[in-house]
Design a protein around this ligand. Structure first.
Ligand SMILES: CC(C)(COP(=O)(O)OP(=O)(O)OC[C@H]1O[C@@H](n2cnc3c(N)ncnc32)[C@H](O)[C@@H]1OP(=O)(O)O)[C@@H](O)C(=O)NCCC(=O)NCCS
Length: 149
C-alpha cells in the first residue's frame, strides 16, 4: 500500500498529502485491520498477487478508492468497486452509499458516474490538504440503483 499512498499522481485529490514515511502507511493499514466491521467495510485491491490499491467504505456509508497510477484506465477501479458495492449493500442495512470528490478529480467522478452515482450537492472549501483548500462534489448511489448491476 505504501507504493499507492506515496504516489503523488494518485494522491493529488486525496484527503491527505502523499505518504512520505512507510510508518504512516503501516498505521493506515493497521487502522483498517483494527476497524470495527459494523462501521468499516474496506478492501485491498490486488492484481496478480500484487497490491495496487483499495476500494470500499472506511466509514460507512461513504465510499473511497485509490489505485496506483500506473494501473489506471484499464477498468480495475470499476471492477473492484462494483464488487465492493454489491458486498456492502448485502452486508449492511444502508439505503445508499455516498461519495465526496474534488470537482477537479475527473477520474473519480468518471468512475462514480459509470457506477450509477448521481450528484446531490456541492460545497466550497471543505478540505484543507497540504495548505490548499479543496471543494467537494457529493454523490449518492441508492440501493435500488445498485441492484441494477
Ligand atoms: C479514480 C480511480 C480509482 C479510477 O481508476 P481506474 O482504474 O483508472 O478507473 P477505470 O479504468 O475502472 O474507469 C472506469 C470509468 O471511469 C471513468 N474514468 C476513469 N478515469 C477517468 C479520467 N481520468 N477522466 C475521465 N473519466 C475517467 C471512465 O468513464 C471509465 O470508463 P471507460 O474506461 O469505459 O471510459 C483512479 O483514477 C485513482 O486512483 N484516482 C486517484 C485516487 C482518488 O482520487 N480517489 C478518489 C477519492 S474520492
Amino acid at each position: 500500500m505504501h507504493a499507492v499512498l506515496s504516489d503523488p499522481i494518485a494522491m493529488r485529490y486525496w484527503s491527505t498529502p502523499p505518504h512520505t514515511d512507510i510508518e504512516q502507511t503501516r498505521q493506515w493499514v493497521q487502522a483498517m485491520v483494527d476497524a470495527d466491521p459494523a462501521v468499516c467495510d474496506d478492501f485491498i485491491v490486488e492484481l496478480d498477487g500484487e497490491v495496487i490499491g483499495k476500494a470500499g467504505c472506511w466509514r460507512l456509508p461513504e465510499i473511497g478508492f485509490i489505485l496506483r497510477s500506473d494501473h489506471w484506465r484499464r477498468g480495475f477501479a470499476f471492477e473492484a468497486l462494483r464488487a465492493a458495492i454489491a458486498h456492502i449493500f448485502a452486508h449492511h442495512a444502508i439505503e445508499a452509499i455516498t461519495a465526496d470528490a474534488d470537482p477537479r478529480n475527473n477520474g473519480s467522478l468518471g468512475v462514480l458516474r459509470k457506477l450509477g452515482f448521481t450528484e446531490t450537492h456541492r460545497a466550497p472549501r471543505t478540505w484543507l490538504v497540504g495548505g490548499e483548500w479543496c471543494d467537494s462534489v457529493y454523490l449518492r448511489l441508492a440501493r435500488s440503483a445498485a441492484d441494477r448491476f
